[in-house]
Design a protein around this ligand. Structure first.
Ligand code: ADP
Ligand code: MG
Length: 734
């Protein structure tokens, strides 16, 4: 497990850079230094880096030698036998090495585009033109005589009647007498994303030097896993990631699928999944409450249920009940599309805890949602004589105090609330089950906080955003998963239409018709960026327009985040009671609102929403027996915009939509919040590498559950603790 480097100059340790030579031990001249580095060495102490470059690298997230070693090239070029200029043909994507023959800058027409043209030539005698618009700055970069590697598309230029590359990527190749020239030509060359002034060429030199000093490293992966997966060893992989051997398939390299890539990606996922598996195993080992699911409990549940549960609800409840019956804490994620009936399942689980003499807490991300859950539970529990309490920030101090008192005394079995539930002075008499709705809005820390309020209560996390499997495996890998994949019976699929802004009048006439039939309607505006102000203004304006001009005879209400909580509640309750026909709102209504009589969801500027969010909003209608509609109003769309809207119109499958959203926006954006607990992966990418993730996960699971030996397991745990715990936020591994 030792990743320490082999020491080349044992008497010199972590020597600072060139200009600090005064501090060097006697006899070690600064130019001949070979600095002993290991993976933990801060880059700024590495020869050739120093404080200035060190800062540039750090801005890119590269702080240590280990970070740099894992900095994978984003592309590779085969510069072994590059074509000569004379061999190039229009249409191909090519690398060519040539020298600058002449440069010319010109102002193009009235628009002053500042065209910079360079003629390149090589020994074949042929010439090719490079053109850069706004390329004036290149006058200080490219000068006649310089050797340059160019990469780009070869085209035919009708002006010069010759070959041209528009805005090619270029790299100046040092003279042959540069001792490191061999790194940049005559081989498969790695291309790195520059970090400020640290160019791809500097990266190549730095990484090469470090690889030289590191020497053969021992392989951290357990040999059993490496053998079974036939993985290349660590050291070879690291070297070949940066400097592939001659003859390596260029396409495999550029697809991140060379043997080196595969192994390093696998390894990253493997440790992550091992960490998550350990965390799960840990929780399972802790003592917890063994809730009994006896006849009495079953009777209570039956008495509460307003409908027959769907098959999926039954299956999921069984999974939950089994977890709750075990003498260890449950950590389970309950996933289900909007309207699939998760809340009902949560209520059943609550009864199991309550009938066993414990309290249940339900944590919701917003007051509206908490309030709504509160009323939902109250309605359900009334029939069986159970009390429910609500605790939210907007309540008066004395009101809160009173509730805390009865909760602390164990006088209410069920408490619903927002973050207010997490405050220090909220104490439960016997918290047995914590239900967390819309998990991704709460950080992992908050999950732990609530968990600490009981001895070790069972935790059920509910999410209404279907989470693509790859994300679920990485973000929620420490939780067991239950999925409700069936909607309650009698639901009619929602009809989704796309309408451009100029046809909005037709939308209003449709809304009018629906209201005429007794239905209700939402009109939603996106919250742009962090500020709700703009959306609020748009919503206010539209509220005025709709209530004064379009529907003067109807009740049009306005809801936005700046309203006081009790005002919000008042509006929501009027809508719920059917006193409001049209509710104009910002996205505060996104989660959980349940008004079965609402049948139309009009989403303005729909192109500004994420797909998962659109799907959430759409889920606010189609909750009753009436045919429901979702109208997506947009401006003119670009190609991605069209694809996104088309996905919404064509599909009502939340999991499919989530996958597309993930693909189009990337994992960072998916949850729309930084606090999502996404681990930072260095070389692996959960979208590109999902099949490797699956393999790594199953290997990790096997390894943790059936380790080849206790020593091997111990070694792995130590390795994770030393190298991965902080990065992956794996609290308490092993
Ligand atoms: P989710 O929380 O998954 O979005 P809810 O639990 O809010 O879904 O349920 C959506 C609606 O469907 C609610 O009005 C709920 O009462 C109703 N519902 C839930 N389960 C069933 C069922 N088995 N049969 C009929 N209606 C159901
Ligand atoms: Mg819900």
């Amino acid at each position: 497990m030792n990743r320490k480097a082999r020491v080349k100059t044992p008497d010199v340790k972590l020597l600072p850079e060139r200009n600090d030579s005064a501090q060097c031990p006697a006899g070690a001249g600064p130019r001949t230094l070979v600095v002993q580095v290991d993976f933990e060495t801060p880059l700024q102490y590495v020869k050739g880096v120093g404080p200035v470059r060190g800062e540039m690298l750090e801005a890119k997230g590269l702080r240590t030698v280990g970070d740099l070693m894992a900095y994978a090239p984003f592309r590779y070029e085969d510069r072994t036998n590059v074509k000569s200029v004379g061999q190039l043909a229009p249409g191909e994507l090519a690398t060519v090495i040539a020298h600058v023959h002449s440069v010319r800058s010109s102002r193009l027409g009235r628009r002053q585009l500042g065209l910079f043209e360079v003629t390149f030539a090589d020994n074949s005698g042929a010439k090719i033109l490079g053109k850069w618009f706004h390329g004036q700055y290149l006058a200080n970069v490219l000068a006649p005589g310089m050797q340059v590697a160019l990469f780009g598309k070869i085209e035919f230029d009708s002006y010069s009647r010759g070959l041209v590359m528009m805005h090619p990527e270029y790299e100046i190749i040092p003279d042959d007498d540069d001792p490191e020239a061999f790194l940049h030509t005559g081989r498969i060359v790695p291309i790195y994303e520059a970090a400020s002034k640290v160019t791809t060429r500097v990266f190549r030199v730095l990484i090469h030097r470090i690889l030289e000093t590191l020497g053969g490293l021992s392989d951290p992966l357990p040999p059993t896993v490496r053998d079974r997966m036939r993985l290349q060893d660590f050291w070879t992989s690291l070297r070949e990631l940066h400097f592939p051997v001659a003859g390596t398939d260029l396409r495999m390299l550029n697809d991140f699928r060379s043997a080196a890539h595969w192994r390093l990606i696998f390894e990253e996922f493997f440790w992550l999944e091992c960490g998550l598996a350990l965390k799960r195993a840990n929780v399972r080992r802790q003592p917890g409450v063994a809730f009994q699911l006896n006849e009495a409990v079953r009777e209570k549940i039956k008495a509460m249920l307003p409908f027959k549960p769907t098959g999926a609800q039954k299956r999921v409840l069984k999974e939950i009940a089994e977890d709750m019956a075990a003498p260890h804490p449950m950590s389970r994620l309950l996933q289900g599309d909007v309207g699939s009936g998760k809340t009902l399942v949560a209520a059943e689980a609550a009864i199991i805890a309550i009938e066993n003499g414990y309290q249940t807490a339900l944590l919701a991300p917003t007051e509206i949602l908490a309030t709504q859950h509160f009323f939902y539970f109250k309605r359900l529990f009334q029939k069986i004589g159970l009390q429910v309490a609500l605790l939210v920030g907007s309540q008066s101090k004395s009101e809160k105090q009173g509730i805390k008192k009865v909760v602390g005394a164990g006088l209410v079995p069920m408490v619903v609330g927002t973050h207010a539930l997490l405050e220090e002075d909220v104490e439960f008499q016997r918290l047995g089950l914590a239900i967390i709705d819309e998990q991704h809005r709460f950080g992992v820390m908050q999950r732990l906080k609530l968990q600490k309020k009981g001895v070790t209560p069972d935790v059920l996390v509910m999410t209404a955003t279907p989470i693509p499997r790859t994300l679920a495996l990485t973000v929620y890998g420490d939780l067991d998963t239950s999925i409700i994949d069936e909607l309650p019976p009698g639901r009619r699929p929602i009809v989704t239409k796309h309408v451009t802004e100029d046809r909005i009048e037709q939308v209003w006439s449709f809304v009018g018709k629906q209201v005429g039939e007794g239905r209700q309607c939402y009109v939603v505006y996106p919250v742009i960026e962090e500020s709700e102000t703009q959306a609020m203004k748009a919503a206010e304006k539209m509220h005025e327009h709709l209530s004064m001009e379009v529907f003067p005879e109807l009740q049009v209400a306005l809801l936005h985040g700046r309203l006081k909580p009790d005002e919000k509640d008042a509006v929501m309750q009027r809508f719920q009671r059917g006193e409001v026909n049209i509710l104009v709102s910002t996205t505060v209504i996104e989660v959980g609102v349940d008004v079965p009589n609402a049948t139309v969801m009009v989403i303005e500027q729909a192109e500004r929403f994420g797909l998962a969010q659109l799907h959430q909003l759409r889920g606010r209608v189609g909750r009753g027996g009436h045919q429901s509609y979702c109208v997506l109003v947009t401006g003119k769309l670009n190609d991605t915009g069209k694809e996104r809207i088309r996905t919404m119109v064509d599909s009502s499958d939340g999991f499919y939509i989530a996958e597309i959203d993930l693909k189009l926006r990337g994992p960072g954006e998916f949850f729309g919040t930084r606090q999502s607990g996404m681990p930072t992966l260095r070389i692996a990418n959960i979208i590109r590498d999902r099949e490797i993730l699956e393999e790594a996960r199953s290997e990790a699971k096997e390894f943790i559950e059936k380790p080849p030996s206790q020593d091997a397991l111990r070694a792995a745990i130590d390795f994770i603790r030393d190298h991965w715990q902080r990065r992956y936020g794996l609290v308490q591994v092993g």
